[in-house]
Structure formats: structure tokens, C-alpha cells
Ligand binder design. Sequence first.
Ligand SMILES: NC(=O)C1=CN([C@@H]2O[C@H](COP(=O)(O)OP(=O)(O)OC[C@H]3O[C@@H](n4cnc5c(N)ncnc54)[C@H](O)[C@@H]3O)[C@@H](O)[C@H]2O)C=CC1
Length: 294
Amino acid sequence: MKIAVTGREGQVVTSLLEKAANRSDLDVIALGRPELDLLDPASVHKAITAARPDLVVSAAAYTAVDMAEDDAQTAFAVNAKGAEAVAAAAAALNVPVLHLSTDYVFAGDLDRPYVETDPTGPKGVYGQSKLEGELLVAAANPRHLILRTAWVYSPFGKNFVKTMLKLAETRDSLSVVADQWGNPTSALDIADCILHIADHLAAKPNFDSYGIYHLVGTGDINWSGFARAIFDASVRHGGPGATVIDIGTADYPTKAKRPANSRLSTAKLKEVFGWSAPHWQSSLQQTISRLLAE
Ligand SMILES: NC(=O)C1=CN([C@@H]2O[C@H](COP(=O)(O)OP(=O)(O)OC[C@H]3O[C@@H](n4cnc5c(N)ncnc54)[C@H](O)[C@@H]3O)[C@@H](O)[C@H]2O)C=CC1
């Protein structure tokens, strides 16, 4: 099976390439700039058509949440029109598209994990652009799986885990928000899930449960609890640690507003695809031990 994935250096892309390297039956091709630029829909069509994949994974995005507040035009061009071009190129080849989306499509004011059918209500430009992307992807390709994920970390790229470990090299204590809750998600687990879904689709040519799915790590925590777990694991592996001080969102102003409750229910993913992610604590241990060994 040949899978084309958008982007070259992203956390999810890199994880997918690494996981697929263990599978001789899979050929994953990463398509990124300059050949595939989400700001240039013609380049998207050209690159995907030339790759002739059996499945397209749409993982590249404008992910700078705070910068997006001042650069809505680029965020929408990449996350909405760019995503639409990826889905349309897949549709033209008559193949499914797996599109990554986000918890930020929700306002975060519910007091339970969000299910796929809950009303959306993004609080910032990034979330609005990703929501628009979901709608355009769904309209462009009936064979779409929109995978909403959240709180992604990995040994690759930029993420909260790497930032915390870096800060602990020079700081004894750190203030971290305690009133935002979510499901930490390893990009390597996202890659496992994508490959599981790819196998599922290949085995079931008549699959018809296309639509939106939530894909996050099992278990939830707030950011300060996540930071403490990172330092506990780091110290256990001989790495740096720091004391975490709980603060409120109001004490840490950011340009873009974040949802207080980012928790996503993954029951639908488990029911339809028979897959669920490991507990976030076990995936975190693996990432920390790997980062500290590097
Ligand atoms: N990182 C996170 O915490 C979360 C990420 N997501 C979504 O998951 C997906 C993957 O995220 P990550 O791997 O963490 O992102 P990342 O920021 O690590 O990588 C983004 C990738 O997109 C590429 N890219 C950006 N602009 C592009 C353009 N104009 N043309 C072509 N490529 C372009 C970058 O080069 C990079 O390879 C994205 O759709 C993101 O919106 C959803 C929820 C949380």
C-alpha cells in the first residue's frame, strides 16, 4: 500500500515515516514544500497526483496558534483551502483522505469529554481555520476521515514535553496552568492509529463509516499535572526536573484563548476501528526515555 502524507518535518509526519519503516508492505511518501505547498492548491494537486497513493494523510498545517491571531489570512489559506485541495486531490484519484484536526474546534466549556457530534465553537483563529478545513475536506471528498487530536508531543519537532525538559535544565521551578484539562497524545500513537485505519480500509473495500473521529491518548490531566509527570519520568531516567507551581489561565495570558476543557471521547474510534491509544503516562515514559537517551 502506498500512502502519501502532507508535510515533511511535522511531529505526525515524522512519526508516520518512522512507524512505516518497520513495514515492508507499506510505502509512505512525505510531500512537502516546495513541491507541495498548501498555499498553492495547484502544487498540492500536482504532487499528490504524481505520487498515485492508495490513501492520503493530511497532516501538514499552520500550527502556530498564537501567531494565527495576527495572520488569519495565512492560517485560513493553509488550514482551510490547503486542506480542501488535499482532500480534492485524493477524491480525484478516488482514494480516501485522513485529515488531522484539533480539539480547538470546541469552546471547551462542557464539563465532560467532547463527542464528535457536540457543537463546535472555536475560540481563536487557528481553531476557526481548522474547523473550516474540516467542512471543506468533508465536502471535497466523501471518503474522508477527520481525526481530531490534541496535546500532541513526540521526540520530534516542538512540543510541551521538549519545552519542559529544556526549561528544567536552567530553572528550579516553573509556573504551569492548572485549569486547562486535556488528553496528552503521543504522535507515535497517532501514527499507529493511522496505520491501523489504513489496514482496516484496505481490508474492507466497502467501508462506509466515514466522518469525524476523536483520536487522543487514554486518560486526562491538566497542564501542571502533565508537567509534574514529565519531570517525575525525567528524574527517574536521570534527566532534569523542576518544581511545578500551579497557576490559573488568567495568570498566563496568551494571544489566543485556549479551551479549558479539551478532553475528547474516543469511544467512537474504539467502536468502529477497534483501536484505542495507550494511557498517556505509558507513552510519555517511552518518549522521555528516548529523548534522554539521545
Ligand atoms: N501539535 C498539536 O498539539 C496538535 C496538532 N493538531 C493537528 O495535527 C496535525 C499535525 O500536527 P503536528 O505534526 O504537531 O504539526 P507540526 O507543526 O509539527 O508540523 C506541521 C507540518 O506542516 C508543514 N507545513 C506548514 N505549512 C505548510 C505549507 N504551506 N505547505 C506544506 N506544508 C506545510 C510543516 O512544514 C510541518 O511539516 C496538524 O493538522 C495539526 O493541526 C491537532 C491538535 C493538537
